[in-house]
Design a protein. Sequence first.
Length: 262
Amino acid sequence: MTIDQTVGWIAAVLLVGFAFALVLGMFQFRSARKLPYFLLRKERMTQGWRMIFLALIMGLTGGATLLFGREAAYVIVPPTPSVTPSPTITNTPTITLTPTITNTPLASDTPTATPTSTETPTPQLPSEIQVLFRETQTPQPDAVFSTLLIARRLDNQNQAINPQEDFVGVSGRLYAAFTYNNLQDGVRWTAVWRQGDAIICIETQPWDGGTGGYGYTECETDLWSPGEYEVQIFYGEEWMVSSRFEVLGDGDATATDRPAGS
């Protein structure tokens, strides 16, 4: 549960308590008028005023929580997303000069230049997802996602337990955990799990996790075949972050799970 959702639940409980205490206090006043003895009426009226006072406190507290609770919670427990750098372009020119001179009146110089440039293209949304983008909300320009951490399990705070870059003989479900900040509810986000050009899993829906906190995407398959995989996150139609991991076969004698970042 995110910080925004927790604050909302607390405010809702307080406001429901306000309504309940107010109704109970009015009931005490009404029943006090029907009592024939003065002391009993006085005691019942006192109970009614106590419930009205309690309702007033709960109502003011619930309203303050609804208006200022999220800001106060972020002061106490600020989100700590890590900004992921933009992809870089790698240029690798290779020039080979091979002059050849013979001992004849005619000299032959034969230079050979072979430039090789490799660019990493920016990930694009799959065409079948682009048709879903009919929402009118525009993503915040300062929205950020942290580096994705791939793991077999998450803790109760949606943080990766023992994240890995290499997995051996994995099956079932894998998670890609991340932190985020400056997001806006209602803007569509998409997670794409790929093995090469093949799409393994797609998760896409309007964002509902609040402005900051911890999140994850998951992918489940009966058998993860050996090879290199990539998880891509998009916010709106903009690519935000990608992480790669590798699945190694059981027959590889040197294969061991390698922790992320090692």
